[in-house]
Design a protein around this ligand. Structure first.
Ligand code: 2HG
Ligand code: ZN
Length: 467
C-alpha cells in the first residue's frame, strides 16, 4: 500500500490534501520568503490520529513538518523543497479541553487560535496574558514551539513561563501525556521545556496546560514622547517602582515608524502636535477594582515630566482611546511593507544596554549601507528590539535583500558584544539556523544535537530547522 493509501485509512478524505491548489497555502509562509514541497498536507482531528501519522512516517522514513497558524517569521512551518515530507497542520485540533478557574489553568489543543484561548479565559473571569499582533490567527502549538513573546512579557513572561504541562507525540509515534496542571513538580528534568521553543524538531505538541491569571479590572494606557533613549531606562525603573507589579507593557516606537504608519496605514495619527525622536506606549493593569492605577500612572508621568524624562504624555481616558493608541503599535508593523524590502533583526540585549546597543547598531548599519533607514521598535521593557532595516530610497528591493547576510553580520556582531540574542522571540526556523552557529557556544550546540539525536534518531522531525 502506498503512503497516501495508508494515510487515507487514518484520516477523513477532507483531512488529507494532495491537490496543488489545496496544499499551496501550507507550502509557503505568509511573507512568501520560503516555499517547499510535501507529499500531502494532513489535518488530524485528535492526538490518536497524530500518533498514527507520525508512526507511519517514522516507519516509512518520511519527515513531518508541524504547522500551526503559519504566521511565523522564521520559516519554521514551511517544509523543505525535497518533497519527502508531510505538513502536519494542527488546525483541526482546536478544542478547549477544560478550564479550571480555581486552579487558574486551561487545557487546550495545539490548534486553538491564541485569541480563542484569551476569550475562553475571559469568559471564566481569568486572563491568559500572551498577546501579540498575530493573535487572531496564530495557534497555541506554534506559540509554544517558538516560545512566543509579545507585548506583555515584561509582566507575565513568555510562553515558557506560561505552560505547566504538555501532551506531545514523539518522533516514533508514542504519545507523552505530560498534561500536569502543577505549579510545583520537582521529579526530575523539566521535559516540557525541551519541546517549547524546539520549533517542532523534537516532536509534535498536541495539547497544553496553560497558566491563567486574575483578569485585569482597570488599565492605564499612555503614549509618551521621550527626549532621549537613555531617559527611557530611568522612566522604566520609576514606573515599575511606582506601580508595584502593574507595569505590563513598555513599547518603543521611533518617530520614523510613526511617520511611516501615518503615511501608509489609514487610521494612524500623531498623538502630539510636534514631532519627537521617540515614543513609548506604556500600559499598567490591575486586577483590583478601583485600584487607582490610572492615578498612579498620571502621578508617575507628571513626576517624570518634571524630571525631564518625558517631554509629552497623553493618557487614554477610555477604552476607545486606549484602543486607538494600541492601533498605532500595530500600524507601525504593517507600515514596514511600504518602503519596499526590509531586513529584520529580532534581537535582545539586557534592558540596561538597549540605549547603547541602539546607538552603536544604528551607526554601524548606516555606515555599512549608506541611506539605509533604521526602523527599530518593540519590547524595550524586556530588552527585545526589532532592529529592522529598510532599503535606501531609490535602491532596488532585490539589491537591498542581496545585502542581508552582510547586514545581519554587522548587527548581530554588536548584539553578541552586548551578550544578547540574535533571535529573541521569533525563533530560528530556517532564517537563522545557520547564523546562530556563529554566536552560540559550541558546547550548547553539541548538547542540542545530542538531545535531537536521542529523541529523534531518524531525524524526521522538521528537518532543516533550528539545528
Ligand atoms: O515585524 C517585526 O519585525 C516584529 C513583529 C512583532 O514581533 C511585533 O513585535 O510587532
Ligand atoms: Zn515583537
Amino acid at each position: 500500500m502506498s503512503i497516501l493509501e495508508r494515510l487515507a485509512e487514518i484520516l477523513e478524505p477532507s483531512d488529507l490534501l494532495t491537490e496543488a491548489s489545496d496544499t499551496a497555502p501550507y507550502l509557503t509562509d505568509w511573507r512568501k520568503l520560503y516555499r517547499g514541497q510535501a507529499l500531502a498536507v494532513v489535518r488530524p482531528r485528535d492526538t490518536g490520529q497524530v500518533s498514527r501519522i507520525v508512526a507511519l512516517a517514522s516507519e516509512a522514513g518520511i519527515s513531518i513538518v508541524p504547522q500551526g497558524g503559519n504566521t511565523g517569521l522564521a520559516g519554521a512551518g514551511v517544509p523543505p523543497s525535497n518533497g519527502n515530507n508531510l505538513v502536519l497542520s494542527l488546525e483541526r485540533m482546536n478544542k478547549i479541553r477544560s478550564i479550571d478557574p480555581a486552579n487558574y489553568t486551561i487545557t487546550v489543543e495545539a490548534g486553538c487560535v491564541l485569541q480563542q484561548v484569551q476569550e475562553a479565559a475571559a469568559k471564566a473571569d481569568r486572563l491568559f496574558p500572551l498577546s501579540l499582533s498575530a493573535e487572531g490567527s496564530c495557534r497555541i502549538g506554534g506559540n509554544l514551539s517558538t516560545n512566543a513573546g509579545g507585548i506583555a512579557v515584561l509582566r507575565y513572561g513568555n510562553m515558557r513561563d506560561l505552560a505547566l504541562g504538555l501532551e506531545v507525540v514523539l518522533p516514533d509515534g508514542r504519545i507523552w501525556n505530560g498534561l500536569r496542571a502543577l505549579r510545583k513538580d520537582n521529579t526530575g528534568y523539566d521535559l516540557k521545556q525541551l519541546f517549547i521553543g524546539a520549533e517542532g524538531t523534537l516532536g509534535v505538541i498536541t495539547a497544553a496546560v496553560l497558566k491563567l491569571f486574575p483578569r485585569p479590572r482597570e488599565r492605564a494606557c499612555a503614549f509618551v514622547a521621550v527626549p532621549s533613549l537613555e531617559a527611557t531606562l530611568e522612566l522604566l525603573g520609576r514606573l515599575r517602582a511606582a506601580s508595584g507589579d502593574s507595569l505590563t507593557s513598555f513599547e518603543l516606537i521611533p518617530r520614523v515608524a510613526l511617520e511611516m504608519a501615518i503615511a501608509h496605514v489609514p487610521g494612524s495619527f500623531d498623538p502630539f502636535p510636534d514631532p519627537h525622536e521617540a515614543y513609548l506606549l506604556i500600559e499598567m493593569t490591575s486586577s483590583r477594582e478601583n485600584s487607582g492605577v490610572t492615578t498612579i500612572a498620571e502621578e508617575a508621568l507628571t513626576a517624570a515630566m518634571e524630571a525631564g524624562l518625558i517631554t509629552e504624555a497623553t493618557i487614554a481616558q477610555n477604552e476607545a482611546q486606549a484602543k486607538a493608541l494600541w492601533f498605532l503599535r500595530e500600524a507601525i508593523v504593517e507600515a514596514q511593507k511600504a518602503p519596499g524590502a526590509c531586513i529584520k533583526h529580532d534581537v535582545a540585549v539586557p534592558v540596561a544596554a538597549v540605549p547603547a546597543f541602539l546607538k552603536e547598531a544604528r551607526q554601524a548599519a548606516e555606515a555599512a549601507q549608506p541611506g539605509v533607514l533604521v526602523y527599530a521598535f518593540g519590547h524595550l521593557g524586556d530588552g527585545n528590539i526589532h532592529f529592522n532595516l529598510m532599503q535606501p530610497k531609490g535602491m532596488k528591493p532585490e539589491d537591498f535583500t542581496a545585502q542581508t547576510h552582510r547586514l545581519n553580520r554587522v548587527v548581530h556582531d554588536i548584539v553578541a558584544r552586548y551578550h544578547g540574542s540574535i533571535s529573541a522571540e521569533h525563533g530560528l526556523g530556517q532564517l537563522r539556523n545557520e547564523e546562530v552557529r556563529r554566536y552560540k557556544p559550541a558546547i550548547e550546540f553539541e548538547l542540542m544535537q545530542k538531545i535531537k539525536a536521542a529523541l529523534d534518531p531518524k531525524g524526521i522531525m522538521n528537518p532543516g530547522k533550528v539545528l
